[in-house]
Design a protein around this ligand. Sequence first.
Ligand code: GMT
Length: 364
Amino acid sequence: MKIGITCYPTYGGSGIVATELGRELAARGHDVHFITYANPIRLDQGLPRIHYHEVEVSSYPLFQYPPYCLALASRMAEVAACYDLDLLHVHYAIPHSVAALLAKQMTTARRLPFITTLHGTDITLVGSDRSYFPITKFSIEQSDGVTAISHHLREETVEVFGVANEIRVIPNFVNCELYRPNRERPREKRLLHLSNFRPVKRPLDCVRILAEVVKWAPATLWMAGDGPERGPAETLARKLGVADRVEFLGKRDHVEELIPQCRVLLMPSEMESFGLAALEAMACGVPPVATRTGGVPELIAHGADGFLESVGDIAAQAARVVELLTDDALYDRMSAAARRTAETRFDTPLIIPQYEQYYREIVA
Ligand code: GMT
């Protein structure tokens, strides 16, 4: 099949899922065309059957806000015509599904269906904002296919938007060949946080958790990624006297090399429709200490392959980290269970065929 994929190419879960999906589809023989404003962050150049089409947004003195959605729609229609695309698959509803709808309408010579994959904040934050609500609802309703990355997100979408279309749940996935545990448990008691440092991720809680944990165990913390809360987190680390134990790594490409060097993943998010970082950690045998929110309980079984505590409960999350750092038998059990969950429920060979099957249904 010839598939056009559009996503946010910068740091963020939806772009990562879209990019990994494109790579996996290409590896299975499909032609994949990324149509985005920049090369997707985890997309290495030169892979067979992967093509990249940049969307250029011209500015003009009249445009206070250059109309990206229109430039994207034009490019989608152009690429679809030139390369005979069978369908468009857009990740994150706003504005990608609106652009896909326009591209579909512009393509009069033949049918160009599009699938919208909902990732989370496109529904819970951005889409439900008053200014975007009507267009988000409309573009979901007009999509030829809609998928959500968790049951929680599907239910939330139906509840918030009252849409009647079928929404298929296809969970996020991880390549368990690439994301693997270290042979031995890392010696250093290093914690990891991996996000885009937006307020919804609560990265400051990681610093607070570390400040509690160091009272009981000599832990350190890697903060990977970047975003608006990074500065405040750095300031807080100094204020709480743990700055020498925290390293801010900035944006990283190959996180599969980083994760196995850590003992525990911290995901203290306010909301998480899935929690891709936790899944990547689990595949590496790194148990997550996360919050009981959104779709996270669909991924992590509390007490078996990770821990779930209430949002903002620093004491409880820190206590779980301490348990993991001080009880090796518990750690090894949970680490193995985390890897097993990734392998048996979310490995790419289990999930990618679900997308392929959905494509066939929508194209037919
Ligand atoms: O808000 C973010 O965390 C980024 C966002 C995105 O779309 O880039 O992440 C969402 O999609 C990820 C990939 O499907 C999920 O793993 C995250 O849980 C989800 N984030 C939220 O729901 C807050």
